[in-house]
Design a protein around this ligand. Structure first.
Ligand SMILES: *[C@@H]1O[C@H](CO)[C@@H](O)[C@H](O)[C@H]1NC(C)=O
Ligand SMILES: *[C@@H]1O[C@H](CO)[C@@H](O)[C@H](O)[C@H]1NC(C)=O
Ligand SMILES: *[C@@H]1O[C@H](CO)[C@@H](O)[C@H](O)[C@H]1NC(C)=O
Ligand SMILES: *[C@@H]1O[C@H](CO)[C@@H](O)[C@H](O)[C@H]1NC(C)=O
Ligand SMILES: *[C@@H]1O[C@H](CO)[C@@H](O)[C@H](O)[C@H]1NC(C)=O
Ligand SMILES: *[C@@H]1O[C@H](CO)[C@@H](O)[C@H](O)[C@H]1NC(C)=O
Length: 420
């Protein structure tokens, strides 16, 4: 597959060819990324959670200030905050300590010279995230299945979650099973599994094969989901994500009704129709008493450095620090954000929107850049010396930003299952 160099004309539509190139890089087996929902419930829930937590255990979980009355005023939006340097307690694991990381994400091993990107902790403005405790999470997941569904971005979130919990489980009591399009990590003594299900558009498409999927001639079946859905039935915690695969071009080929009637759809229209199909499936197949549904908001890209550094002409390559101050990249579609929010609001079942787009948008330093692989092989030195063509500014290094997404997911799970 050919690689389209990043366009130097600075218009948003140029996102699409570049993304294609990036997708092609991953095309062999790895895939990409996406989205979310949470509206008002999270704030009040978390607020409540804090009080509960404090009254039961005395731990400082979500608030830095026990005696203050933050719980009763304002509340806490955990997606609103800043990155603080915390070399003492981060990263939560290392490339070496987690045997399950794939070479796509092990940036240090792949030659990345700086490592500060591993040392930032997300700090909400009005409270503190609870410290990730693998034992607590495994207790929550005892006898349960947690499944991440989506593309390669979502797969890295799965890898991150596995790394966050695996260190406390002794050898022989943990294992990985591959059964494409699924991968599953099992913690035997807890009878718990943390799974990944490859499904880049959520609805059915011609990209559903976990390794052999077409990147360029994508065709999405906007009203078909049963083939995937059967694998989600009965799963205790479902975490969905889908974004970048839609964003190849402003239009996308799709079917609706007759499988032979292929039409070009505006991507935002197609996304909404696909998400509606998903919402209907959720409403008729999920038991909200026993199952939880999360949706990740879109994972941002950092393809053009002029967006945060006027006059520059690069991308995420060489970036070592998060963006300070307000920033929203053009790669994060507000239309898609709105569609997600609208669909979740109308659903009869609560879907928790993990609104991580803004916090991740600050992290221009967190991407794999040239310290990654392309079609299963690490970039050559020659390719590394041409970051404008080869840097991957879509995927994230691990340890890194997806760990924070999981710390947030963890916070919700603790709350939902009344642990602590
Ligand atoms: C998600 O976060 C963005 C930026 O922080 C905010 O503008 C938007 O309202 C949030 N969406 C929801 C549904 O909470
Ligand atoms: C806690 O909050 C109260 C009231 O807002 C304030 O007076 C106090 O200084 C705070 N304590 C700490 C340790 O931040
Ligand atoms: C183990 O977990 C599965 C769900 O993941 C559940 O169906 C099964 O009953 C559990 N087995 C035991 C012995 O708890
Ligand atoms: C797609 O639809 C959106 C919303 O209706 C519109 O803003 C956008 O311009 C359309 N894009 C194309 C390529 O037609
Ligand atoms: C849709 O498919 C047709 C026929 O294969 C192709 O010519 C066209 O470029 C495709 N459109 C998009 C947006 O990919
Ligand atoms: C990357 O950073 C190094 C060291 O600061 C500098 O020498 C080099 O020119 C930078 N490369 C690009 C493409 O910005």
């Amino acid at each position: 597959m050919t690689t389209t160099p990043p366009s130097s004309d600075r218009r948003v539509p140029s996102l699409f060819p570049f993304l294609l190139a990036s997708l092609a890089i991953i095309g062999t087996a790895r895939l990409i990324l996406e989205n979310f929902n949470s509206i008002n419930r999270p704030c009040s829930s978390l607020q409540q959670f804090s009080s509960e937590t404090l009254s039961e255990s005395g731990d400082q979980i979500l608030s830095a200030n026990i005696s203050g009355d933050e719980f009763n005023v304002g509340g806490c939006n955990i997606f609103d905050g800043k990155w603080v340097l915390d070399s003492a307690s981060s990263p939560p694991y290392t490339e070496k300590s987690c045997p399950y990381l794939t070479k796509q994400v092990t940036c240090q091993k792949n030659g990345r010279p700086d490592s500060l990107y591993q040392n930032w902790r997300w700090e909400p403005n009005a409270c503190k995230l609870p410290r990730f405790d693998a034992m607590k999470l495994l207790e929550v997941l005892r006898g349960k299945r947690l499944m991440f569904i989506g593309d390669s971005i979502q797969r890295s979130q799965w890898e991150s979650m596995v790394c966050l919990v695996q260190s406390i489980i002794p050898e022989g009591k943990k294992s990985i099973h591959r059964n494409p399009p699924m991968k599953s990590f099992r913690a035997e003594e807890f009878n718990a599994s943390i799974e990944f299900y490859w499904d880049p558009f959520i609805v059915e498409s011609n990209s559903d094969h976990a390794t052999k999927h077409t990147v360029q001639k994508r065709l999405v079946k906007l009203d078909s989901i049963a083939k995937h859905g059967q694998h989600w039935e009965g799963v205790d915690v479902l975490v969905f994500e889908s974004y970048v695969w839609w964003m190849y071009k402003p239009l996308i080929n799709a079917t609706r009704g007759s499988p032979y009637n292929v039409q070009e759809y505006n991507v935002t229209t197609a996304y909404r129709l696909g998400l509606n199909t998903w919402a209907k499936w959720i409403e008729s197949n999920i038991n909200p008493q026993t199952q939880k549904v999360f949706f990740m908001s879109l994972s941002p890209t950092h393809l053009w450095s002029w967006e945060w550094k006027a006059g520059s002409d690069g991308n995420c390559f060489n970036e070592t620090h998060p963006i300070q101050g307000s920033y929203w990249g053009t790669g994060s579609s507000r239309d898609i954000m709105r569609i997600l929010q609208n669909v979740f609001e109308e659903m009869k079942i609560d879907v928790t929107f993990l609104n991580i787009t803004q916090l991740s948008d600050f992290r221009k330093d967190g991407h794999t850049s040239v310290y990654t692989e392309r079609r299963g092989k690490l970039l050559t030195n020659e390719q590394k010396s041409d970051p404008n063509t080869y840097a991957d500014c879509i995927h994230w290094c691990l340890p890194g930003v997806p760990d924070t997404w999981n710390e947030i997911l963890y916070t919700y799970l603790l709350y939902d299952y009344h642990i602590l």
